[in-house]
Design a protein around this ligand. Structure first.
Ligand code: AGP
Length: 605
């Protein structure tokens, strides 16, 4: 996802912009740039690649001034190169933009017919061109800006600076986050609070359609008709300096944080002393609900897959699950007894947001399970269930996944009890399972050295298969996603029962087959799958019940997972898969926290 920074101060802002861009870089990007308005000029520096490339460029060709904008770009329209990098400066205006201008092609065609020459292949340039035309026609910056955004369709956050206005920034947002901070002798605009938390402890989020104008130390907020408005400020957490706390990568830090953040999430939803679920506080009427539709993307979708089996098995509620990008093109048979539930770590995933809006247009009650409660998805939900995972910087989702599961498990138990599908002792037993999860995660993290050895053994593989059954099938899919997205090894997750229907053709002595086999009703069947793999020379890695006489001939390597509950298995068994992916990627030297081509939040459809 792209990242936006704007800074106006009493000092040169170029270095501060670069430092803030560095704190945005976890979002995934492929180019970076900044521009500064000074002495009736707009000075611009932008370059393909990492922010360090921009920093080196500035060391050789410095620019300075008191008001500037910066951007990290994740390419949507136009390949990732310097020309397409932001800012986009056209004569009198320079613009940075996050999101997509859906009607840019029509607007561009009109301008090209009137003789305007475009420099880049981006949708963003249309914003600069349109504002520039307004300025040439004599409009002042705010009117030029407002007239331009009324022509735009799509989701965006935009900040602009203007030639001849050395202290002026104007910004707006529609569907993509934008916030501001009034710091000491400085005003900062950003896509997310994390990137500017070194400068202060509270920020103000713009709402869709708001226009912010900053001039010297003055800030004014306007609605779409330019009427002045106010928005509340919010406290934010300080970013720990490098944020890594001594770890090599954010991903391993976040894997290791799971016992803590899971305790935090579970203690919010469970009353451990009374063994009760604390969801009464949300006076949300679930009584009529007899069906749930779940939709999400990627890892969040796999969390939804796990939740489907829980809702149906424990709460006896039918669940229809769909990938968000497919959701709104299918007949979902909405009715007033159906609840639509959306899962998203970032709360900004465009596919999931679009699916949510489709459900809302069909009069659905919307529940969202998110990590970012200020996000667009949260704001458009009737009930928001936070997952309390804390900032997840690594592009590969780890602690957010397990905290999504913990939150969903709490909702499942709450509804199961409400619908009297479980009695008090069953509820207590299931809560008991949840209570022990943080310590069980801690226990599984102790296998890290064993997992490092397995990683060493498989890190040169060209592909891998993950197999699961029942509640571990989503984990097989998630384990494959983790491995492929950070190590770039092709990996696929399959239902163990499907092995013999095709995938077994891939099995040879070079192919690692990761089998998820807890001590559950499928164990015997998983054993025969392992024999099928072994007899064809495949390399078996068992995550699950390793203590079994029938395994000794299979020469497998294993991570012994003793737990065998309903709610704890998917959370506990995802930990070895996260560690395996991490250590394989580390051995392969890939960019673990910002894997190539990936973004932390995919805000484009
Ligand atoms: C997970 O490791 C991936 N980075 C990706 O699949 C992610 O889960 C997906 O893009 C959904 O993101 P969200 O949870 O922020 O909506």
């Amino acid at each position: 996802m792209c990242g936006i920074i704007g800074i106006s101060a009493k000092k040169n802002v170029s270095n501060d912009i670069v430092q803030c861009l560095k704190h945005l870089s976890y979002r995934g990007y492929d180019s970076a740039g900044l521009s500064i308005a000074k002495d009736n000029e707009i000075l611009e520096r932008k370059i393909q690649g990492k922010v360090t490339n921009l920093e080196n460029f500035l060391n050789n060709y410095p620019i300075s001034g008191n008001c500037g904008i910066g951007h990290t770009r994740w390419a949507t329209h136009g390949e990732p190169n310097t020309i397409n990098a932001h800012p986009h400066t056209i004569s009198n205006v320079s613009v940075v933009h996050n999101g997509i201008i859906e009607n840019y092609h029509d607007l561009k065609t009109i301008l090209e017919k009137s003789g305007v020459n475009f420099i880049s292949d981006t949708d963003t340039e249309i914003i600069s061109q349109l504002i520039n035309i307004e300025l040439i026609n004599g409009k002042k910056p705010l009117e030029a800006f407002k007239n331009t955004i009324t022509k735009l369709k799509g989701a965006y956050a935009i900040v602009a600076i203007f030639r001849g206005y050395d202290d002026l920034m104007i910004g707006t947002k529609l569907g993509s986050p934008l916030l501001y901070m009034k710091a000491k002798n400085m005003i900062l605009l950003s896509s997310d609070a994390y990137s500017i938390s070194d400068y202060g402890s509270s920020v103000t989020y713009l709402e869709d359609g708001d226009i912010i104008v900053t001039e010297k130390s003055k800030i004014s907020l306007h609605d779409h008709s330019l009427k002045t408005i106010q928005r509340p400020s919010k406290k934010i957490k300080k970013r720990d300096k490098d944020g890594l706390n001594g770890y090599d990568h954010f991903m391993i830090k976040e894997i290791k944080e799971q016992p803590d953040v899971l305790s935090h999430a579970l203690s919010y939803y469970l009353n451990f002393s009374k063994y009760k679920i604390n969801l009464e506080k949300y006076n949300f009427d679930f009584t009529k609900i007899n069906r749930i539709i779940i939709s999400a993307c990627g890892t969040a979708y796999f969390a939804g897959m796990v939740a489907k089996s829980w809702f149906e098995d424990i709460a006896n509620i039918k669940v229809d699950l769909d990938i968000a990008s497919e959701f709104r093109y299918k007949k979902m048979f909405f009715d007033n007894k159906t609840l639509s539930l959306f899962i998203s770590q970032s709360g900004e995933t465009a596919d999931t947001l679009a699916a949510l809006r489709h459900a809302k247009e069909n009069d659905q009650k919307i529940v969202s399970v998110v990590n970012t409660v200020e996000s667009s998805i949260a704001k458009e939900s009737d009930l928001v269930l936070p997952i309390f995972a804390g900032q997840e910087i690594g592009v590969a989702s780890t602690k957010a996944f397990t905290c999504q599961l913990a939150t969903l498990a709490s909702l499942v138990l709450f509804l199961a009890k409400k619908k009297r599908h479980i009695n008090a002792s069953q509820e207590k037993a299931l809560i008991e399972e949840l209570v022990h999860i943080p310590s069980q995660v801690l226990d599984v993290l102790k296998y890290e050295n064993d997992i490092k050895k397995i990683a060493k053994d498989i890190h040169k593989s060209s592909s891998a298969i993950f197999m699961g059954r029942g509640a571990t099938l989503p984990l097989a899919l998630e384990g494959a996603l983790k491995l492929k997205e950070i190590s770039y090894i092709h990996a696929e997750g399959i239902a163990s029962g499907e092995l013999k229907h095709g995938a077994i053709a891939l099995v040879d002595k070079k192919l690692p087959v990761i089998v998820l086999a807890p001590d559950d009703i499928f164990y015997v069947k998983n054993l025969s799958n392992m024999n099928e793999v072994y007899s064809r020379g495949g390399k078996i890695i068992l995550v699950g019940k390793v203590q079994n006489d029938q395994l000794k001939d299979l020469k497998l390597t294993g991570i012994n997972i003793e737990v065998n509950g309903k709610l704890n298995i998917p959370i506990i068994m995802s930990i070895p898969l996260q560690l395996l992916a991490y250590h394989v990627a580390k051995l392969r030297g890939t960019d673990i926290d910002q894997p190539r081509n990936l973004a932390k939040a995919v805000t484009v459809e």
